[in-house]
Design a protein around this ligand. Structure first.
Ligand code: ZN
Length: 185
C-alpha cells in the first residue's frame, strides 16, 4: 500500500474549499474506483464520491466510504467489487483450527464435539474447505494454547515489580457435581 492511502487519509480534515490537485497515486482498495482522493492546499486529504459528489473526512478510513456506497449506491455494490463484501475474507485453515480450539476451551465444550455429525455438517456448510481434525489433534492444539498462555502468565508475573499473593478456594457445584477452583491474584 502506498504511503498516502492510509496514514494521511486517516488524518482528520475539516473545511470545504477543496482544490482538485495532485494526489492521484495508485490506491489499493477497489473502493477507490468510486471515490477520488483530493489534496487540499493545506495538505489535508478528502475523498469525493464519483456518483453523488459527497465529500468525506478521513478519520475513519475506507470503511466509511464503503458504508456510503452500501447506503446510497446500493445498486453499484455488486459481486464485481469484492472488497465491499465481508464474505470475501480470506480463509485460513490454521486460524480456523485455532478458533475451534479456543471455542472448546472458552465454552467448556467436550472434545467429542468435533466428531458430532451435525457439527461437521454445520461447519462444512459454512466453509467446505475447513478440515476438522481428529479429537487427538484438537487436544494437542488445546495443550499448545495452554502452554502459550502459561508462558504469557509467567512473563506477566515476572514483569510485576511488586509481590504477588495467590488465594484459592474450592467448591463443588450441586447441580453439575463439578469441582471449581477460584483463584485470585
Ligand atoms: Zn455517493
Amino acid at each position: 500500500m502506498d504511503s498516502l492511502s492510509t496514514a494521511e487519509f486517516e488524518e482528520s480534515i475539516s473545511g470545504t474549499n477543496e482544490v482538485r490537485t495532485c494526489a492521484r497515486r495508485k490506491l489499493t482498495s477497489t473502493v477507490w474506483n468510486s471515490f477520488e482522493k483530493i489534496t487540499k492546499p493545506n495538505g489535508k486529504v478528502v475523498a469525493i464520491c464519483n456518483h453523488c459528489g459527497s465529500s468525506f473526512v478521513g478519520d475513519s478510513g475506507t470503511s466509511n466510504l464503503k458504508n456510503h456506497l452500501k447506503r446510497k449506491h446500493k445498486e453499484l455494490v455488486g459481486a464485481s467489487d469484492s472488497s465491499l463484501n465481508a464474505s470475501t475474507q480470506e480463509f485460513s485453515q490454521e486460524k480456523s483450527r485455532r478458533d475451534l480450539a479456543i471455542m472448546l476451551i472458552k465454552h467448556n465444550y467436550p472434545l467429542s464435539m468435533v466428531d458430532h455429525k451435525y457439527f461437521r455438517i454445520y461447519s462444512h456448510g459454512l466453509n467446505p474447505e475447513f478440515v476438522i481434525h481428529s479429537r487427538n489433534s484438537i487436544r494437542s492444539d488445546i495443550i499448545s494454547i495452554y502452554k502459550e498462555e502459561k508462558e504469557k502468565m509467567y512473563s506477566f508475573l515476572e514483569s510485576v515489580s511488586s509481590k504477588v499473593t495467590l488465594t484459592t478456594d474450592i467448591w463443588t457445584s450441586d447441580h453439575q457435581n463439578l469441582a471449581y477452583i477460584y483463584s485470585c491474584i
